[in-house]
Ligand binder design. Structure first.
Ligand code: NAP
Length: 340
């Protein structure tokens, strides 16, 4: 009979600490710094905004000692070990390249870049500079993701045949809203859709078949996507992403002898059921970090990787980020071509 494995994740406290700098002090940066300072030994020591006023306000709110106007000023600071790129999608590549050129390790918000070509450029620059680089695919660093990886490694589900995942948040359409502007990466795929694609790729590995249908906004940004994938081993995935309806964000992994079924959104610290050889086991994240407080795990993991001398994440490598974006590029291409 299966005993659920204990997830193993980097300790939030007591491990190596880094001095972080934040570029783009907006919504996600606020949530990320809040949980870091409350729940980990990582310390944000610098923030940079395009405006001194916003930089100072963010620094005051989070007790950050150094506030800079302009990103270059932060990147010139010798006190910063690692930079968190938290600006909108279209700024990920230029800001990541600038941070790498300044010799900083870098954590880049998801999606790592606007497309696979941009992501390849970031990865090549990081390798050439010998700095650590990682996409902030934070869900991979939650305890539930380690649990699933262990179940798969132990063969507890048998041969994995099918993955399902959905994610949807309704956005009201407004002309001029960058979320609907394809020129800056607007559309549901780079926002929500990257999560179901990452989940399927993390379970199935290399993807060699992609079929997508969807719908687009008046700006041509895709707002709905229904995606079928086939893996190189012949397994499949069925995924949806929506900006027109809010969906529960559920996911599941089905194998020949067992399955994992999320009972709450798979992108956040979750509850799930594991069924193996006909028996059901309930599992719940009892770490005390709910919702976006779970962002703390990836920062602790990154600090541990840097201390180990790694240049990328062993759980979600730069090649993984690039591979997911390649599939995402194809999904967007297919949805747009149907609308022409
Ligand atoms: N991991 C997650 O759960 C999660 C959740 C939400 C978002 N995200 C990702 O995080 C990124 C940021 O999202 P957000 O919602 O925080 O964005 P946001 O609040 O719209 O923007 C973040 C900050 O970036 C700066 N910025 C805005 N436009 C810019 C531009 N054109 N050039 C340079 N800087 C600019 C702004 O700061 P200043 O003007 O003060 O410099 C802004 O406050 C996105 O890529 C998104 O996909 C991740």
């Amino acid at each position: 009979m299966l005993t659920l494995p204990e997830p193993s994740v980097a300790p939030l406290r007591g491990g190596p600490g880094l001095r972080w700098g934040v570029l783009g002090p907006g919504g996600i940066a606020h949530d990320w710094v809040s949980t870091l300072h409350r729940n980990t030994d990582q310390r944000v020591i610098a923030v940079a905004s395009r405006s001194m006023e916003r930089s100072r306000a963010f620094a005051d709110r989070h007790a950050i000692p150094h506030a800079f106007e302009g990103h270059e000023a932060l990147l010139a600071s010798a006190d910063v070990d690692v930079v968190y790129v938290a600006a909108p999608h279209a700024q990920h590549r230029p800001l990541a390249l600038a941070a790498i050129a300044a010799g900083k390790h870098v954590l880049i918000e998801k999606p790592m870049a606007l497309d696979a070509i941009e992501a390849e450029q970031i990865a090549a620059a990081a390798r050439a500079a010998g700095v650590f680089a990682m996409e902030a695919m934070w869900t991979r660093y939650l305890p539930q993701s380690d649990l699933i990886a262990r179940l798969l490694a132990d063969g507890a589900l048998g041969d994995v045949r099918t993955v399902t995942a959905d994610l949807g948040w309704r956005w009201e359409f407004a002309t001029g809203d960058p979320r609907f502007d394809p020129m800056v990466g607007g559309g549901v795929m780079l926002d929500a859709g990257v999560y179901p694609l990452w989940f399927a790729h993390s379970i199935l590995g290399s993807i060699d078949g992609v079929h997508a249908i969807g719908s687009i906004a008046p700006t041509t940004a895709e707002v709905e996507a229904v995606i079928s994938l086939r893996s190189a081993t012949g397994a499949s995935a069925s995924l949806t992403a929506s900006a027109t309806a809010t969906t529960p964000g559920l996911a599941a992994v089905y194998g020949t002898t067992g399955s994992v079924l999320f009972d709450s959104s798979f992108v956040f610290p979750a509850r799930l059921s594991v069924i193996s050889d006909g028996r059901e086991h309930e599992w719940v994240d009892d770490s005390g970090l709910a919702g976006r407080d779970g962002l703390a795990w990836q920062a602790a993991a990154l600090a541990a990787y840097v201390a180990e001398g790694r240049m990328q994440s062993p759980l979600h490598s730069l090649d993984d980020s690039i591979a997911v974006l390649r599939v995402l590029d194809e999904v967007r291409r297919q949805i747009r071509s149907q609308a022409e």
